[in-house]
Design a protein around this ligand. Structure first.
Ligand code: ADP
Length: 230
């Protein structure tokens, strides 16, 4: 299931008339399954707005969005159930892990699969496989508070992968980490993108990791510019 994500000419205007803010003025990008790209740009350039549009958290003003061959937005959402779209097609990774403190590590990862209708035992099996793949299988029965920060971030990555989404959006995933750990997270994202054929978009202004992306989108004044790094 090689899908990837493509957006064409996404415009987002907040408000209208004299007070309108043109946050996105025609942003386009394409990320293949198995690829990790960076999304960078100065403060106020539109990164968060674009990420929220990509994640179907807010509605763009116009443009087109595709996941694989499926058009999901064409000047309006073409999908009725946006919650199901987010749950099944898009994984989210944030700066902080945001694990649920009263669920053990396995259930923190399994819960999104259970919510998508997978029987509990099967969901827990899928979660344990992912935890193994991310080298935190030995922590499967622990509670989040017993984990180190790095282990919690790995659990958060497993959670983003549990429903095998074609797209993962990562918002400053390395911000709190030192250089070595930040690079380790990027390497992990790279491996996971390839292993699970997911397209991963990493919003970042972390100078430590920016040189590691083969392809970047640099957004300025709401317009994306593709950059290929040597
Ligand atoms: P970045 O993430 O790159 O800092 P944002 O996407 O947050 O940029 O913001 C882009 C522009 O849109 C900025 O001018 C910001 O002030 C404006 N903006 C962001 N969110 C809103 C909102 N909910 N209402 C009005 N303007 C907004």
């Amino acid at each position: 299931m090689a899908e990837g994500i493509r957006i064409e000419n996404i415009v987002k205007t907040y408000g209208s008339g004299d007070t309108a803010v043109h946050a996105l003025r025609g942003s386009s990008m394409q990320v293949e399954a198995g690829e990790v790209v960076g999304l960078i740009g100065p403060s106020g350039s539109g990164k968060s707005t674009l990420l929220k549009c990509l994640g179907a958290v807010i509605e763009p003003t116009s443009g087109r969005m595709f996941i694989g061959d499926r058009m999901i937005y064409d000047d309006k959402w073409l999908v009725k159930d946006l919650r199901a779209l987010r749950r099944d097609l898009i994984g989210f990774i944030f700066q902080a892990p945001y694990l649920i403190p009263f669920l053990d590590v396995t259930d923190n990862v399994a819960i999104l699969s259970m919510l998508a209708g997978t029987p509990n035992n099967k969901a827990r099996g899928l979660a344990r496989d992912l935890l193994d793949a991310l080298d935190v299988g030995h922590r499967a029965a622990a509670m989040p508070s017993q984990l180190s920060g790095g282990e919690q971030q790995r659990v958060a990555i497993a959670r983003a992968l549990i429903n095998r989404p074609p797209v993962i959006l990562a918002d400053e995933p390395t911000a709190p980490l030192d250089g070595e750990r930040a690079l380790a997270v990027v390497k992990l994202l790279d491996e996971m993108a390839q292993q699970y054929e997911t397209a991963i978009i990493v919003v970042t202004h972390d100078e430590k990791i920016i040189p590691t992306f083969r392809r970047l989108y640099n957004i300025r004044d709401g317009v994306t510019h593709e950059e290929i790094q040597g």
